[in-house]
Design a protein around this ligand. Sequence first.
Ligand code: ATP
Length: 362
Amino acid sequence: MNEPPKILSFKMPAEATPLGFRPKRAETLLDVQRLRRVFRAGDAPAVERVTFDLCEGELMALLGPSGCGKTTTLRMIGGFETPDEGQILLRGRDIPRLPPEARGIGFVFQDYALFPHLSVLENVTFGLRKLARAARVARAREMLALVGLTGLEARKPHELSGGQQQRVALARTLAVAPPLVLMDEPFSNLDAAMRVETRQEVRKLLKAAGSAGILVTHDQEEAMAVADRIAVMDRGRVVQIGSPDELYRNPVSAFVASFMGRSNILRGNANGMVVQTEFGNLPLTRAANGTVALSVRPEQIMLEPDPDGPASVVGREFRGHDQLYWVQEGERCMLVISGAGATFEVGSRVRLRICDCVVPLG
Ligand code: ATP
């Protein structure tokens, strides 16, 4: 594996900042402690004991299914919602009593919130009213160059594509150099191809500007592409925080395993670093004992043709670079990802072999 580059400053291009790499010398920017929010007495808390921290320049995704409390958490950090309990420290300053505009935090929302009657340039200079006119325009032009929109300064928002509008919103937010940018599903109005392109640009831009960011999303792929770390939320709580790799390779629960990609859940009898399963003895990623649930990724399973095999292919999806199979063995249906080379037709008899360490779940 490549050595991570030495960090000299946080204002480095995104290309030099591998995903999941957390600069050791980074200062804590945001410290969120045991946040709680109950909307109606008697209801389950929308947010419960949410705790995490964020370094200067770090990108974090809040990831989870609809209604798990992501937006409420973001709104409390932004100052649009007051926590019932908990603490939010921004550079050591307790901020829950400060109004949104006094927090020095930038926002990027789904609808971009651009002024339709103002030009691209005027939209970006809008937040810079404290500067003299010449400095304001220079800064706005600099930010528009950063987001690749030089030449479109005179256009109105409706004369831009969704992705371009999103970049104007980002330029406007970054122009005031906020230490932290909050983003609530900022790519959801873009088509699939534009979404992939824009999220990479947003990551690069935030890294280049040295701003930290929190992205709310229910899309695991988006969280993995943009964030250095992901906090997975379930029913108001953060259930696991880690780099995309850590979460994918070492989920702590069946919920995280199946939310971070696809997973087969098996049962086995563990003894230290080995677990006995219906697929034989398998190595574990971490020690466990007794009856355990196990996560096995579809790409960790091999299919072997065997006319007398105990399993049969019941579904196949060709995806170009690989193929997804549904394989029935007794009562159990397993998901398998296999290379695009050999094809197993629906109805083929096969044998399943697990060819990697499996993860014991809590
Ligand atoms: P989504 O991905 O659908 O936006 P989310 O994870 O962002 O969901 P929240 O919007 O934070 O979830 O909502 C968490 C819970 O709090 C939900 O059950 C929601 O119905 C409830 N909730 C949110 N805002 C309010 C409100 N103003 N009044 C009452 N209940 C609310």
